[in-house]
Design a protein around this ligand. Structure first.
Ligand code: MTE
Ligand code: MO
Length: 202
C-alpha cells in the first residue's frame, strides 16, 4: 500500500523521498490540472447527487448534505500522474468508499465510476475497499477546487491519478470488468505506478 498516514508509520521525513517516487516519475510542488476537455458543468450543492448501483441493479443515493455528514477520514498521500509528475504529501478529507459500501452485500468484483461530464474509470473492487479509496471533497483544508474535481472526486492514490475521477457522481458495481475512458484509449487497465503500468501491454 502506498498511502501513509502519519500516525501509522511515524513522521514522513523518516523515509527518504527517493523510495516514495515510482519509476519514471519526477516530483512537482505544483498541482497541475489534467482534464480531457473543459471542466464540465456540475449541479449546485442542492442538486448534487452521488449514486451507487449494486450488482443486482439496486440503487442508493446520497445528497451533498448526506455525503458530507458521513464519518470522514483525513489522509496524507502521494499522488502519481501517468504524465510523470508525482506530488508528495497531499492532504485530503473525504468519505471512504468502505463507508458507502457498508450495507451493500451484492458487491461483485469491479467498480465503474462515472463523473459529471462523461468521464468513466474502472477499478477492481479490492482497490477501492479496505481503506484505499475515498470520495474526497476537502483538499489542504479547503473545499476542493472545481478544476481539481470539486465538489467531490474519487481519490485512489495507489494507482495512477487518472483512476481518481474528478466530479464523480456515480459508481456501478459489476461482477465483470469493462474499460473506462482512458482504458479504452490505450491506457493500462490497472495502472500501478510502481510497475509503470502506463499503457495497455506494459
Ligand atoms: N472527470 C475527469 N476526471 C479525471 C480526468 C478527466 O479528464 N475527467 N483526468 C484524470 C487524469 S488523467 C488525471 S492525471 C487527474 C488529474 O487531476 P488534477 O487535474 O486534479 O491534477 O484527474 C483524473 N480524473
Ligand atoms: Mo493523468
Amino acid at each position: 500500500m502506498t498511502f501513509i498516514t502519519r500516525g501509522f508509520r511515524g513522521r514522513r521525513s523518516d523515509r527518504s523521498h527517493k523510495d516514495r517516487i515510482p519509476p519514471g516519475q519526477y516530483v512537482t510542488t505544483d498541482f497541475p490540472v489534467l482534464t480531457a476537455g473543459p471542466t464540465p458543468r456540475f449541479p449546485a450543492e442542492a442538486d448534487w447527487r452521488f449514486s451507487l448501483t449494486d450488482v443486482n441493479g439496486s440503487e442508493r443515493e446520497w445528497t451533498w448534505a448526506e455525503l458530507t455528514s458521513l464519518p470522514r477520514d483525513t489522509i496524507t498521500v502521494d499522488i502519481h500522474c501517468v504524465t510523470k509528475w508525482s506530488k508528495l504529501d497531499t492532504k485530503w478529507s473525504g468519505v471512504s468508499v468502505d463507508t458507502l459500501l457498508a450495507d451493500v452485500s451484492a458487491r461483485g468484483t469491479h467498480a465503474f465510476f462515472h463523473s459529471y461530464g462523461s468521464y468513466t474509470t474502472n477499478l477492481p473492487l479490492e482497490d477501492v475497499t479496505g481503506g484505499k479509496a475515498w470520495i474526497a471533497f476537502i483538499y489542504e483544508g479547503k473545499p476542493l477546487d472545481p478544476e481539481h474535481g470539486g465538489p467531490a472526486r474519487l481519490l485512489v492514490p495507489h494507482l495512477y491519478f487518472w483512476k481518481s475521477a474528478k466530479w464523480v457522481n456515480k459508481v456501478v458495481l459489476y461482477d465483470f470488468d469493462r474499460p473506462g475512458f482512458w482504458e479504452t484509449l490505450g491506457y493500462h487497465n490497472y495502472g500501478d505506478p510502481w510497475l509503470e503500468q502506463r499503457y495497455a501491454g506494459d
